[in-house]
Design a protein around this ligand. Structure first.
Ligand SMILES: Cc1cc2nc3c(=O)[nH]c(=O)nc-3n(C[C@H](O)[C@H](O)[C@H](O)COP(=O)(O)O)c2cc1C
Length: 215
């Protein structure tokens, strides 16, 4: 039985110690499907993944990620990448056609409902794809959090790893295609134990102005 979304949000912890029992293929597919279904700006879906179960690869990955031991310990590790080509003109045209085919166009509003503006975006020449890196990373992080919550909902543990040392070493290890960069590493496995919740700053301190009084 899977947890509900709010149960998964509440019960999720960063897990940094895993039992050795494997993660089922069904769970791996469910986690990937959760990533695939994530939303992204203009539906560009820039996320790409490598699934790592090989001991030698995990050892090398651990080294690249500042020697964090739980990366090697986890039965499966997802290397989460962005493909900047998702922002190139060819992909832009494809996604734009889908917006037409699926009737999304009719639901757009304001500036983006203007065919002249859409034409302008569509026909803009390809610039240096690297300018899209922050957008690609932000969108991919949404997919990664879908994976994290799905793992939790399945009774598994995970820990976001953003500390990736060297893009060159990552490329050498996984032969990443052109325009592809690793932005997060996600070890997943059965938790040794579930720790208590970690502290969070108060609601007051995240509100930039006070809540309107409740009706
Ligand atoms: C983008 C991102 C990168 C992170 N990178 C690391 C990491 O490299 N190593 C690590 O041990 N934890 C990492 N964390 C986990 C955080 O330390 C953790 O989410 C935070 O301390 C709150 O604890 P909790 O997740 O158990 O609630 C990362 C979390 C996020 C969201």
């Amino acid at each position: 039985m899977m947890l509900t979304v709010s149960e998964a949000i509440n019960q999720r912890r960063s897990i940094r110690s895993f039992r050795s029992d494997p993660v089922s293929d069904d769970a791996i597919y469910a986690i990937l499907e959760a990533a695939r279904l994530a939303p992204s700006g203009s539906n560009r879906q820039p996320w790409r993944f490598i699934i790592v179960t090989d001991k030698g690869e995990k050892t090398r990955l651990r080294k690249i990620c500042f020697d964090q031991a739980f990366i090697e310990e986890a039965p499966v590790v997802f290397v989460c990448c962005v493909d900047l080509a998702a922002y190139a003109k060819a992909a832009r045209e494809k996604r734009s056609q889908e917006f037409i085919d699926y009737g999304v166009i009719e639901t757009l509003s304001g500036y983006f409902a203007d065919p002249a503006v859409r034409e302008l975006f569509l026909n803009a020449p390809d610039t240096d794809l690297n300018v899209h890196f922050p957008t690609a990373m932000a969108n991919t992080y949404i997919a990664v959090e879908h994976m994290v919550l799905t793992a939790t909902a399945l009774g598994l543990g995970s820990c976001w790893v953003g500390a990736i040392g060297s893009a060159e070493e990552m490329n050498a290890l996984f032969h990443l295609p052109p325009n592809t960069l690793a932005v997060a590493v996600l070890p997943v496995g059965h938790p040794v134990k579930i720790p208590p919740p970690r502290p969070r700053i108060s609601l007051d301190s995240i509100l930039l102005r006070p809540l309107p009084t409740r009706r």
